[in-house]
Design a protein around this ligand. Sequence first.
Ligand SMILES: Cc1cc2nc3c(=O)[nH]c(=O)nc-3n(C[C@H](O)[C@H](O)[C@H](O)COP(=O)(O)O)c2cc1C
Length: 317
Amino acid sequence: MQLSSFMQSLGLKYPLFQGGMAWVADGKLAAAVSNAGGLGIIGGGNAPGEAVAAEIKTASSLTDRPFGVNVMLLSPHVDEVVAEVLKAKDKIAVVTTGAGNPAKYLEQFRAANIKVIPVVGSVALARMMERSGVDAVIAEGMESGGHIGRLTTMTLVPQVVDAVKIPVIAAGGIGDGRGMAAAFMLGAQGVQMGTRFLVAEESKVHPTYKKAVLKAKDIDTMVTGDYAGHPSRVIKNPMAREYIKFEKAEAAKDHPNYEALAELGNGSLRKAVLTGDPKKGAYMAGEISGMIKKEQTAAEIVHEVCGQAEQLLGGGH
Ligand SMILES: Cc1cc2nc3c(=O)[nH]c(=O)nc-3n(C[C@H](O)[C@H](O)[C@H](O)COP(=O)(O)O)c2cc1C
């Protein structure tokens, strides 16, 4: 597969990122994706610096290839996490960021030769990030699993491509080589996939949660947290239904108690990943779940998706 000069500069064989999913994307999963030629990304989430450092150490022991870390800028531990990333600068090619502006850390990352790639859900945010001096953006559509924006990948990616000069990576609803090829047609230089890697053999996601992804049909995801302004895509389960019921009841009140709602959602992804409990766990996953039918190794996923895209593109890209 022919890579853009930006993707080549990251040292990748394939322009495929594995999303840095909180609680899910640990050093083992990231290393497996990087060993297959993609970019594995450790999900920093709200974890303290030492926990992220341990995952960086695991990934470093399992791969000699570059990998990345997703830094959640709203995490109370963000400064510690950034410090740990900078300590491992020889291994870490990329930092992706969610929820916030990475401007404060850009100079340090640049000096460490780490590329900074924020996730954006709108043209305005993409432009703002470009002005801040980031290296590329991940344009993520609302088909995706986890926290989402308002636009679809099909509409967002070409508009962001037209609006900025830096490279654009497409995310949200990409589950196979057809999706990857389509993203290139929209002007993206690479793709990021999350949901498909949830069910990778190397993923630590609880078997009950994995089974829910594998069994899901096209219409089996829903969006929670919309009223409170933090929409999140999850697979329908008792926890999601309970949350929506509570959310709708609060929204109908003059003074909605969104704090109580946040309390209900607190730690729900962690519970899903570690215990699989459908009553307490948020099975975050994207609309692409309906296409995912089997557990495979990360290498099988990377090779299958990129092989199919290459075939469809006739050797281009
Ligand atoms: C369980 C789960 C957790 C996620 N956590 C994060 C996160 O912590 N930070 C982030 O930037 N993106 C996060 N994402 C988004 C992914 O990194 C990726 O961009 C997205 O899953 C792509 O869309 P897809 O699910 O349709 O493949 C998460 C996604 C899922 C499914």
